[in-house]
Design a protein around this ligand. Sequence first.
Ligand code: NAG
Ligand code: NAG
Ligand code: NAG
Ligand code: NAG
Length: 660
Amino acid sequence: MGPAGRIVALTCVLLLGGVAADIYLHVPRGCNNRLNENTATRTNANRVFDSQNNNRGGYNVGDKTDRPSGKDQEKQYRMKYFQSGSWKTQSGDDGRSFLNIEWTNQHGCGGNEDNNPQKQNCALILQYMCQDDVDSAQGTADSLRNGHVTATQGYAQPNKNNVNAASRKGKDVKLDRGLHEKWDWYNRCYLRERNKGLFVADQKLAETKNMGYSSAINTRQNPTGNRYGYECPEERDYFPYWHPSPWVDIAVLAESASMCQHYQSKSFNVQPYHECIHSNGWSRYTSEKACTDNGGRWVLLHNYLEKASSKKNKNSCEKTKTSGLTYKWAVAHDSSNGYKPECLVMLDTPACSEAPWSRSNHLGNGMDGLPLSYKWTLPHFPSGKEKRCVFRIRYNISTDDYDPYNTDHTQNDNFPAKSPVRQNPYVYVMKQVSPLRLTINTAQYGRVFQDRSHVFQLRPRNQAKLDTKFTIFNLNVRGKRGNIVQVYPAVEYDFAPNELRIKQGNLVHFQWTGSNTHQNGGNGGDGQAGAAGEGKEGTDRNNLVEMLDRSGNFPIPYENSTLWDAVDVVWIYHGNKGLSKMDLAINMASSGYYQCAKKEKCQQYAVDNKKPKMSNVLDNAPASYEGVLLRFTKKGTYHFMCTRNNSFSNRSQKAAIIVE
Ligand SMILES: *[C@@H]1O[C@H](CO)[C@@H](O)[C@H](O)[C@H]1NC(C)=O
Ligand SMILES: *[C@@H]1O[C@H](CO)[C@@H](O)[C@H](O)[C@H]1NC(C)=O
Ligand SMILES: *[C@@H]1O[C@H](CO)[C@@H](O)[C@H](O)[C@H]1NC(C)=O
Ligand SMILES: CC(=O)N[C@H]1CO[C@H](CO)[C@@H](O)[C@@H]1O
């Protein structure tokens, strides 16, 4: 079919082209660039990354206590998941810590041509970035942080020779603002020439200010080079990226399984890429010849899990075999030793499979009414250090109107002779009669959406003296305060996962976080403002009490419980493992407001305490619960609910753990 004929045949599909196709992350809570604002819409879509999502999406950063964290980043709550043990040297699920990632994507994805044909091509890319944790929440210039104000980090444009980089960085980077990618990453992106081989349709990419050329901050989807935190637009829009990047690939959920070889072999996890390093950090050039002709060094840079800095030479580095990992003497992509080799713990090839099926124009569940999800085996860091991390998911949709992998710069402009698509074209269904206008934005034809978590922690098992063999499942709470139209496109409260199947002897880490500023106030943007709910305005609260069966709505009295007899406390946030069953029941029912039942056991006890009585809708209980790690020792099905937010008439917050 010629280009014109193809366009006519696809008219109906194309009319959907202008609709946003957002992605929202629910577990871990996606921020969608929100921080702690009490409004229904986010304050600043440019805060840390380019989501392309609706302003209403996202969850606030968690608060540790029953008060808003306000200007104190120490009072924000960062989810703390236990790292995997050295699972690569063990079999089956032994040693793994699982986090079930949940999201919704709007435009549909997955499915094969025969059974569930999809209306566009689509891939999901799951990644994370970690660094060693530091003592204070705000950290130093390069520390991952949420910040306590919603403003975007600063960036003063360099001159062509990148002079005074260090002093510009010192002035640009603020500790009270959120930061994911480092300043240096964006600065390199700003200075590097864009990839001129890319298909940009009829978009005119701007010349980058002060550079005299168009750099990697200008892309088809972002032709004017708007800045979002320190994210590099070219890296954001393309995957696998052909330059080093600070992200580690977890998994690609691809348009078809046949694409996996392409994604996996080109992933920066396993494929090092070159970069032009100049004495003043200036790296305009993207080919070896141009680089060395202009006084640069063409250096092969590697991604890594972490650095093994105790290994001081190639030999001692590469003979290390800890935890079944590979150690390599190589140059790190973010080298701080002048691009000399050092000892790096290498990464695995990312997982890859066909994307789970979901329906177009519907931010909902996937097959069988289950949430779209991916079971992530959390990394094991052999250093035993605590890590500070963020998670990122991108959702990439493209159409069959042009072959995404064989359309390049030679087809830019001049529709339809060269470019297969054009901005809002007029097409004829009958020759020269009444043209119809299609809604096509070539900047969004082939488009990437994104969501990211707030900062979280990956805590080493040795911190809690946990056996490296244990299999750990995370059980959290998703959702935010409000009814279904008020929270949309976020979701209402529920346990996540809300049916967890484990084996006898497995561990479950119960943990949740909430905000005290989810007022969801006006202006409502594209939806309704407000946050209907029990208890104090704007507050998220959760707890866990046992029930007989998920079809009921009353907890069972403690005397009738079976759950507490079926578990051992392996770890609890306040360190006192010598808890009775009743202590544990009180601890979880009060979201940690009471640590235990009686005075002898702990400082914050429930009976005869001087502490003010807990509000019966948990208003004075903490919004976040660091939790408890329980080993399930008996087979059975255990049902539980949250007393504040389960309501038969309009809301269900119940779950079950099935021990097989
Ligand atoms: C999105 O898909 C296009 C192909 O249509 C590809 O060129 C690009 O690299 C992909 N980007 C991401 C972030 O996956
Ligand atoms: C849910 O039900 C409760 C109890 O019937 C009621 O007070 C509340 O207004 C309802 N909330 C919403 C959002 O419908
Ligand atoms: C609790 O157990 C007692 C004694 O076995 C029984 O009579 C009662 O009905 C049970 N209550 C519930 C709510 O299951
Ligand atoms: C967010 C949410 O679901 N809040 C609900 C908590 O439960 C009450 C009913 O008991 C609802 O009214 C709230 O909307």
